[in-house]
Design a protein around this ligand. Structure first.
Ligand SMILES: C[S@@+](CC[C@H](N)C(=O)[O-])C[C@H]1O[C@@H](n2cnc3c(N)ncnc32)[C@H](O)[C@@H]1O
Length: 242
């Protein structure tokens, strides 16, 4: 996809709306698409989206998308990984990039080659582990190659720089996945810090989703328990204010 080419597209099927055949205020290419979009909206009305989602990341994204993205929306996932987010939303128009896992777009999310406001939504899911290198997700996400030895301050800075770049590239929204963590004896509530950092960048918190993951890390690290186990993660929806 050429990210710099902005076309007017049907809100339902994403087909180009040509000025020769469609009035400039038309939102759909046909009555069929208009009705399909209406049915989708009715579905949300009959089955409201809830902030607490039980399942995996794909279940979470499906619920977020039911409310905030339809087929005509352009999405840049700038930490695409293996694309697990999009396994239950094949109808969405997603352009994935990742420093390590997308060879055709190996972009650093802090310095993207996209034009200003070139996607409706930017999705960000950076590595969030403090001192990665002995965690079961290290191999999966190759943390040693991006964030080895990072402390909480470094994680927060990474998110901040990603948010700043996302705010440049996104027209409407930024979706940010995160997880609170523990650094030594200290609780680090990243989802709270993220709201503060986003607001300082001029973004507005629109929604906060909580994922209650059904697949759990093995519970064999500690012999005593000092705080509640964090089995949930968060997804912020920030509005870009123009
Ligand atoms: C938590 S994983 C994302 C998983 C992904 N959401 C999925 O569904 O598979 C973090 C990803 O960020 C990538 N990454 C780390 N630092 C990066 C950077 N500076 N720029 C772009 N990608 C980066 C890693 O390669 C890794 O794939």
């Amino acid at each position: 996809m050429n990210a710099s080419k902005i076309v007017t597209a049907c809100r339902h099927c994403n087909a180009e709306l040509s000025p020769e055949t469609h009035r400039s205020d038309r939102k759909f290419c046909s009555d069929r698409c208009k009705q399909a979009d209406y049915r989708r909206r009715r579905k949300v009305k009959d089955n409201p989206v809830e902030a607490l989602v039980r399942g995996n990341n794909a279940d979470l994204i499906r619920e977020v998308a039911r409310l905030y993205a339809d087929t005509g929306v352009t999405i840049a996932d700038v930490t695409y990984g293996k694309g697990a987010f999009w396994r239950k939303t094949p109808h969405l128009n997603v352009t994935g990039s990742d420093l390590l896992t997308v060879p055709e777009r190996p972009y650093d999310f802090r310095n993207l080659p996209y034009h200003d406001s070139s996607f409706d939504i930017v999705v960000l899911d950076p590595p969030y582990l403090v001192w990665p290198g002995n965690h079961m997700s290290d191999d999966r996400y190759r943390n040693a190659e991006t964030t080895k030895g990072i402390d909480y301050k470094g994680i927060r800075q990474l998110y901040h720089d990603g948010l700043k770049e996302a705010a440049r590239v996104a027209r409407r929204q930024i979706w940010v996945k995160c997880k609170d963590t523990v650094e030594g004896p200290r609780q680090r509530f990243l989802h709270v810090h993220l709201l503060q950092d986003a607001e300082a960048l001029g973004l507005r918190g629109r929604d906060l989703f909580i994922l209650d993951a059904t697949s759990r890390m093995p519970n064999n690290h500690w012999s005593t328990q000092k705080h509640a186990r964090k089995t949930m993660s968060y997804l912020w929806v920030f509005d870009v204010i123009s």
